[in-house]
Each structure stands twice: as C-alpha cells, then as structure tokens.
Design a binder for this molecule. Structure first.
Ligand code: GAR
Length: 189
C-alpha cells in the first residue's frame, strides 16, 4: 500500500475527488489531509471518506519539523498539493525524496508564480485574452510553480467566459485527470 498525504488550504473539491477515487483502493491510501487553515472546507470533505486532518500553524509550516515528523510517522511516499497556498519548505520536499506534486489551473509557465492561485489565475487568463487555458501537474521544488511538468491538459477559453465559468471548466479537467496521474506516480514509486 502506498500512503499519500494531501495538502490543501481551501474548499478542497480536488482533495475530495482524490479521496473518493482511492476509497477502497488496495494499492493507494490517502493517509491524511494536512492544512494550515482550520476553516478549510477540505477538512469536512475529507472526513466524509474517513481521512483524518492535521492542522499546522504558520510557524510549523515555516520551520517544518513537526510536519516532517508526521509525514514520516504516516510512512508517506507521495505528497499531493491540491489548492495549497503556503510555501513548501525544502525539508518537506526532502522528507519524501522529491515525490511531491502540485496541480496548477493554467498552462504553465503561463500565469504561474507568486500570487497566482485560484481565481487570480483565471482572471489573468481572461485579461491576457488567451484563447485556451488548462491544467498543469508538476513536481514541487523551492521555485514556485517551477518544477518539472508531468502532464498538461487544455481547454478552450470561450467568448463571454467569466473567471467563474472558466474556473468550472478547468476544475472539470482537474477532476478527470489528477487522480489517475497520482495513481500512476504511486505505482511507479
Ligand atoms: C484548483 O483549481 C487548483 O488547481 C488551484 O486551486 C484550486 C483549488 O480548488 N491551485 C492553485 O491555484 C495553485 N497555485 P479546490 O480547493 O476546489 O480543489
């Protein structure tokens, strides 16, 4: 059994989708949700699948001995960022041997970097007049949105799109793509 831990800060629809996908799996177990936000919707969503949550303070994320200890205690092989907004420090990346991936709601390197998350990304895509958007799943390094790309999928930007309608289309791509990519990565460990 490969144990994965999901980091999420917000609503948690991707986290829930991943937990649903692996519920009852004989090969991958979502061992825990880690967050820095005690009000994250992800906490309740994951509890529906019996996935426990650990809440760490800003200080614990910045100097992550406790986070690393907990990852080790859970025998974590892969960390998955699903809407996680804090900086991931190097000791966390090292604790899982670099097996840590993020999903970003645009076609990196377009619309990535500091401050580019969630609706900010979709607004930037529309303001730039891009004809397409999509998702990028990539390894996490100490450069924000800078790790090597594992997979990208595209969708059109349609006339009359708002950040909300574009976000919905991109979310659908995320739900269809992310769990299967995680499964493949876990199998290849
Ligand atoms: C997702 O669209 C994810 O790609 C994005 O946050 C959203 C979280 O939604 N992540 C980033 O922007 C990271 N830079 P969710 O909480 O409903 O899964």
């Amino acid at each position: 059994m490969v144990n994965i831990v999901i980091f999420a800060s917000g609503n948690g629809t991707n986290a829930e989708n991943i937990a649903r996908y692996f519920a009852g799996s004989g090969s991958v177990r979502v061992a825990a949700l880690f967050t820095g936000n005690p009000h994250a919707g992800a906490i309740e969503r994951m509890s529906r699948y019996g996935v426990p949550c650990r809440i760490f303070t800003r200080e614990q994320w910045n100097c992550p001995t406790d986070v690393v200890d907990e990852l080790r205690r859970l025998d974590t092989r892969l960390v998955v960022l699903a809407g996680f907004l804090s900086m991931v420090r190097k000791p966390i990346i090292d604790a899982v041997g670099g097996n840590i991936v993020n999903i970003h709601p645009s076609l990196l390197p377009r619309h990535g970097g500091k401050g580019m998350w969630g609706m900010n990304v979709h607004r930037a895509v529309l303001e730039a007049g891009d004809g397409e958007s999509g998702i990028t799943i990539h390894y996490v390094t100490d450069v924000v949105d800078g790790g090597s790309i594992i997979c990208q999928r595209r969708c059109p930007v349609l006339p009359g799109d708002t950040p909300e309608t574009l976000a919905e289309r991109v979310h659908q791509l995320e739900y269809e793509t992310f769990p299967a990519v995680i499964e493949q990565l876990a199998m290849d460990l």
